[in-house]
Write a protein that binds this ligand. Structure first.
Ligand code: SAH
Ligand code: SF4
Ligand code: F3S
Length: 439
């Protein structure tokens, strides 16, 4: 039996990092580690980092600086950096911040137990290769007890799209899909532990094509296979690329009741000129036609998106085209960002638009998206939705869950339990949630 030790993980970035953090904790469990919420009590601190935003690496270095007093008080503490900054910076992290003992890129988490063992002999460890083997084949399966009724499940990683602004193809590597049999087995295991909703994850999840199964898989086929698991009630997927939205997947939105009517489908810009400069390989018109086809399959589909403003070369007219696209689609929810030059990407060599212009565009876009979000929520008032309850709310007998459209819904009812699915009539809309009564 390994000596009992405490592990603290701080997770930044996307849902795939959330999933990975959980898997890292599982990988280190046989070495004696259990998770703690308190960094100052940990024997090992892991920062699972994200490289998507401006100054991402600088922020990691300042976070590491803040750990200095903890390390000074407890020299035996091990500090590690994982995730996309680890991949991008590699050994440089230990050079700049010698208190770091371990640097591990996203594809090498299965090597953590071995690295931890070597670490105990005092040698710092750096692992940022893209190994030939699939980390998921070597990580222990998701076995955390007492989990909530929803779970993430990564089905593919990496991206071959090379959008001109994005670091993901460099930090996560080429697109790799996991074998469907393993995904189905992991889903079965999650359901056996009380999970009722699974979100399938991938940097470009609808590029999923299976692996080593001897036949052609697609995300649609995977969703249909998962839907046959008894006890699994809801399936979602994120994030998808418009160019990988095939006929079967669109059709699945109409025919598969377990597939929830919510879709995150980033477009980034409504201007064809900017889309071309971004290397998105589709036009605004093609995106709008795709949305039409999706809504023909599933009329109540709630759409979400990502937008970048101030991309190098974006003119006022280009920005107006983005506002036009947003008006034409009508998003239920969306994320919008000011462009930031990311080292190593093609766009970083181009001249950006002035910051004041980008800030002004962001404010105008967010005003429009905010109004659409409020309208979409308001439109739910009086309607019946189905809610999967996830946790108690702040008031007595109150439970909070998500509707099929991913709206947070508060219901006060003494009979509700975590993991229960119930029909609810929406009574009111607050800024970021709905409330209702159980039917
Ligand atoms: N896998 C996701 C992208 C992850 S990044 C996908 O393909 O949709 C999430 C979002 O961050 C992107 O959709 C984009 O809108 C934004 N983003 C990525 N790089 C950016 C950059 N350099 N500047 C501003 N926003 C960026
Ligand atoms: Fe990045 Fe997404 Fe483009 Fe891939 S498709 S390069 S992850 S924005
Ligand atoms: Fe960030 Fe890496 Fe995810 S850069 S968004 S953590 S893939």
């Amino acid at each position: 039996m390994a000596e009992a030790k405490k592990l603290f993980i701080k997770t930044y970035g996307c849902q795939m990092n959330v999933y990975d953090s959980e898997r890292m904790a599982e990988a280190l469990a046989p070495s004696g580690y259990t998770l703690t919420e308190q960094a100052d009590q940990a024997d090992m601190i892991l920062l699972n980092t994200c490289h998507i935003r401006e100054k991402a690496a600088e922020k990691v270095y300042s976070e590491l600086g803040r750990l200095k007093p903890i390390k000074a008080a407890r020299p035996e503490l091990k500090i590690g950096v994982a995730g996309c900054v680890a991949q991008a910076e590699g050994e440089e992290i230990i050079r700049r911040q010698p208190l770091v003992d371990l640097v591990v890129g996203p594809q090498s988490y299965h090597r953590l137990p071995e690295m931890e063992k070597t670490l105990r002999s005092g040698t710092p460890q750096v692992e940022t290769d893209f190994p030939a083997e699939d980390k998921f084949d070597h990580l222990p399966s998701a076995r955390r007890a007492n989990r909530g009724p929803t779970a993430f499940l990564t089905v593919q990683e990496g991206c071959d799209k090379f959008c001109a602004f994005c670091v993901v193809p460099y930090t996560r590597g080429a697109e790799v899909s996991r074998p469907s049999a393993r995904i189905l087995a992991e889903a079965q295991e999650l359901v056996a532990r009380g999970v009722r909703e699974i979100s399938l994850l991938g940097q470009n999840v609808n590029a999923y094509h299976g692996a080593g199964d001897g036949s052609d898989w697609s995300l649609a086929r995977l969703i249909k296979a998962l839907a046959r698991i008894e006890g699994l009630e809801r399936i979602r997927y994120t994030t998808s690329h418009p160019n990988d939205m095939d006929e079967d997947l669109i059709e699945a939105h109409g025919s598969e009741p377990k597939l929830m009517p919510y879709l995150h489908l980033p477009v980034q810009s409504g201007s064809d000129r900017v889309l071309r400069a971004m290397n998105r390989k589709h036009t605004a018109e093609a995106y709008l036609r795709l949305v039409e086809r999706l809504r023909a399959a599933r009329p109540d589909l709630l759409l979400s998106g990502d937008f970048i403003v101030g991309f190098p070369g974006e003119s006022d007219a280009d920005f107006e085209a983005t506002l036009d696209l947003v008006r034409a689609v009508g998003y239920g929810q969306a994320y919008s960002f000011k462009y930031s030059a990311r080292p190593g990407t093609p766009a970083s060599e181009r001249e950006g638009v002035p910051d004041s212009v980008a800030s002004d565009r962001l404010a105008r876009l967010q005003e429009l998206l905010g109004a659409q979000q409020r309208a979409a929520q308001q439109a739910m008032v009086g309607r019946e939705v189905t809610v999967l309850f996830e946790k108690p709310g702040r008031l007595p007998w109150q439970m909070v869950g998500k509707s099929e459209y991913l709206h947070a819904v508060h219901v006060t009812d003494p009979g509700l339990e975590k993991g229960q699915i119930a029909r609810v009539r929406v009574a009111a809309s607050a800024p970021n949630s709905l409330s209702g009564v159980r039917l």
